[in-house]
Ligand binder design. Structure first.
Ligand SMILES: Cc1cc2nc3c(=O)[nH]c(=O)nc-3n(C[C@H](O)[C@H](O)[C@H](O)COP(=O)(O)O)c2cc1C
Length: 166
């Protein structure tokens, strides 16, 4: 028995998650997208993974540049998250006009006021249908000083904040 795309979407809307901007660069071209399909993989060796649509510009740059950064967003980054999800009509190259971005040499763009950024080299990419599972070897963990910890979340089709319970 198979389910419809609509059933999949209805179910996945209930799977709330933290919002990130996954970035990469190659030959001076930067690319990035908003992604919730990001997870920790292993501590030793330090690895994470991100699921990236193979149709997009970001996947293309990741697979050629072999760099990857996961920038974890706070609630103050909602507009940036929309921008990197293509929800504001800007082109891919214009996405970086907003926000303060830097990089380690040829590395992927790092958002200066992210809650945390994981700077990675691509270990491997497993193509599974429409998406690539990108595994990154984490080269550095950047936690900006004094960042106010209020992660941006996406749940039930809406932007949300995390509520701490006792
Ligand atoms: C909340 C949210 C989460 C998303 N998560 C992912 C994701 O995990 N992987 C992905 O490939 N696209 C995800 N998207 C869609 C991409 O952000 C969007 O398609 C983007 O424009 C792709 O950019 P690109 O063409 O540069 O690759 C998400 C969008 C939103 C709004």
């Amino acid at each position: 028995m198979s389910i419809s795309v609509d059933q999949f979407k209805q179910g996945m809307r209930k799977l709330g998650g933290a919002v990130n901007i996954v970035t990469s660069s190659h030959d001076g071209i930067r690319a990035g997208l908003t992604a919730t399909a990001v997870t920790s993989l292993s501590a030793d060796p330090p690895r994470l993974l991100a699921c990236v649509n193979r149709q997009g510009a970001t996947y293309d740059i990741i697979s050629r540049g072999r760099t990857l950064a996961v920038n974890v967003l706070g609630v103050q980054h909602k507009d940036l998250a929309m921008r990197f999800a293509g929800m504001d009509g800007e082109t891919e190259t214009e996405r970086f006009d907003d926000g303060h971005w830097s990089s380690n040499g040829d590395g992927a763009p790092i958002l200066s006021n992210a809650l945390v950024s994981f700077d990675c080299e691509v270990d491997s990419i497993m193509d599974v249908g429409s998406h690539g599972i990108v595994i990154g070897n984490i080269r550095s963990v950047i936690i900006p000083d004094g960042a106010n910890y209020s992660p941006l979340c996406y749940a039930d089709g809406a932007w949300a904040r995390l509520e701490i319970i006792e």
